[in-house]
Ligand binder design. Sequence first.
Ligand SMILES: Cc1ncc(COP(=O)(O)O)c(C=O)c1O
Length: 428
Amino acid sequence: MSTLAMLGGPRAVPRDVGETGWPVITRADEEAVLRVLRGGVLTATAPGEPEVAGLEEEWARYVGAAHCAAVGSGTAALQLALAALGVGPGDEVVVPAVSMNATALAVAQQGATPVFADIDPRTFCLDPAAAAAVTGPRTAALLPVHLHGLPADMAELGRLAARRGLAVVEDAAQAHGARYRGTRTGALGDAGCFSLHPSKNLPTCGEGGLVTTSSADVDRAVRRLRTFGERLDQERTRSYVAHAVGWNHKLSPVQAAMARVQLAAMDDHARRREAGIRELLDRLGRLPGLRPPHVPSDRTHVWHILRVRIVPEELGIDGVPAGAVRRALHRVLRAEGVPVSRYQEVPLPDQPAFTAKGTGGDAARDPASFPVARAVLDDSLCLQRRHLNPGSAPALRAYADGFAKVWEHLDVVGRMARSLASSRGGAA
Ligand SMILES: Cc1ncc(COP(=O)(O)O)c(C=O)c1O
């Protein structure tokens, strides 16, 4: 049994473990970008512009949605989808208590109120029962997030929406290509919103986003609102007349061209990443006190982020708050070279932007609110997208070795956790 790196022993993960980068940029990406620069059509509104239109058609086909509109970012996609569905001041939108802040920001930017609901302890996605509990007369929409790459429980949420007459906007920024009961994300609600940020599973060179929908009306509204509220679809020559208070949320042809190349490679990238991740999960699943992500049998996970929960009692570390055990493991694992991180530190309703009166954020002052979100963020560690790449299998194997080594030293972890708990009350 080798000594922990933290105590002067060798690292389990060699420094040159050979993590592959993301995005995987090939000659095809370079040629696509150059093609746009040389062609000189540099804006989506140029008549006959081929790259943005091509990406929209290809992504709609891939998702199985009737329409797709390419936009400036995932956040813009959410704003435009909400606006196109008529969400505005006075409305409430149900948002999971754990997501990237953009999910709730997009609601607030519409002048609507994000009302937070707790998450499921095993999928980390919006809990339909919690969503139902906060749905009221002002609720206009549900905004489930397919967090980390796993679809939310869309059947149950769809039933709630149908019962209460609500729109459903999918935040699929982290879940390109994931399936729920055979249907891809983006075709599971009234509108699906994707990000093309370079960190995402469908990346581009810069910012970008996509809105999918089966509704011609929603698609038309998104297209108008992304281009200053102009009716480009009805005009032969652009008149620059704004018919609605729109934005400039267009996608650039350069970004569209690279995204098309990445889309052609996306399923292959996913398969190659999945192989390494499966092996890692298999090994983590054998360690006591560690809960790898749960993937219900009716959906697929596309592994944007991999989050594992820690169960102190099963580690034989009793009577210590889970947060202190997680902090101890975080330090010991990182010293071994395993790049675990927290990804998010607090639930969305605790973020200052959302603590206004009347939002689920009111409850943030109550430490008993959103108990599952708080517990999950407190007792879990993540491997982020940049560590889950095609060709990462050797690195992931080394991370599994790092976990296994640390699990041979749980006595040290326990002592450290106790000391952390007594010095900082086990918090953060
Ligand atoms: C769940 C979620 N929603 C929305 C966004 C916003 O996407 P973008 O960064 O493209 O604006 C992100 C991006 O990190 C995200 O992870």
